[in-house]
Write a protein that binds this ligand. Structure first.
Ligand code: ZN
Length: 254
């Protein structure tokens, strides 16, 4: 049992360092994809109910409010709530309730989500996106991270990794919110959230091609050398744009 656990931990440590593309097809990419599936399988041996996932999410959200300047009465809240309502009509796990929060940050371009349905965007993100369709894509990507269980698996991995050695629990994860938020999903999950987000965007009646505009603009802001590219956990915007373009054309037929 002990050697199996070590293998799990080794995989957890090794997987985020590798590079993956949208359609893994050569040897390294296939291995990465296989390792990810194995990792998910291992985590899924410890199932968690949607009710518990939302309880964990609410605790994480309380800490988010303590650690960030979240706008209580945002003037575009109804607009954002409307986007979330449209996007979540077609989620795979309708039992999860989604709520969007806006962080008062006019300088940082950011969007993220935590398990259990809480979505966050900075005020800069809302203002920087050029259309409702483009913003809808950004939000849909975050919804897909929750809907496809990337977010709750990230929490579970933190807890499982610790409980092999001590009595670390979900409350400790909430207390280490910064660690949880900064822990990367990994590239396979990022591409998966791009595809899931594009599907939700299209089903909600938005034009997912406007999401490509977001990556075009991000690509203009990025300048990384090859070394950074290999160790980066978020794929290049240019690569994400190409993968998304391919998916929208070939899978969504748009
Ligand atoms: Zn993401």
């Amino acid at each position: 049992m002990k050697s199996v656990c070590c293998f799990v931990l080794l995989l957890f440590a090794a997987v985020p360092l590798l590079h993956a593309q949208c359609n893994p097809d050569d040897t390294v990419e296939s291995w990465y994809s296989w390792a990810k599936e194995w990792e998910n399988y291992a985590v899924d041996q410890f199932p968690i109910s949607e009710a518990d996932e939302m309880k964990i999410g609410d605790t994480l959200n309380q800490n988010m409010y303590k650690e960030n300047k979240i706008i209580k009465k945002y003037n575009k809240q109804a607009y954002l709530d409307g986007i979330v309502k449209k996007l979540t009509k077609n989620v795979k796990r309708p039992g999860i309730t989604y709520t969007i929060h806006v962080i008062d940050d006019p300088k940082t371009l950011n969007a993220f989500s935590v398990a259990g349905g809480h979505l966050y965007v900075t005020s800069k993100m809302v203002d920087w996106t050029e259309s409702e369709d483009e913003l809808a894509f950004v939000i849909a990507h975050e919804i897909a991270h929750i809907d496809n269980r990337h977010s709750i698996r990230k929490v579970q991995k933190m807890v499982l990794g610790h409980t092999l050695f001590d009595s670390y629990g979900y409350g400790d994860v909430a207390a280490n919110l910064g660690l949880l938020i900064s822990a990367p999903f990994g590239q396979i999950d990022e591409y998966d959230a791009d595809r899931g987000g594009a599907t939700l965007t299209a089903k909600a009646g938005y034009n997912p091609r406007k999401g490509l505009r977001f990556f075009e603009k991000m690509d203009e802001k990025e300048s990384y050398d090859l070394m950074e590219k290999i160790i980066r956990t978020h794929p290049y915007s240019k690569e994400r744009l190409n993968c998304l373009d391919d998916y929208i054309k070939n899978e969504l037929g748009m």
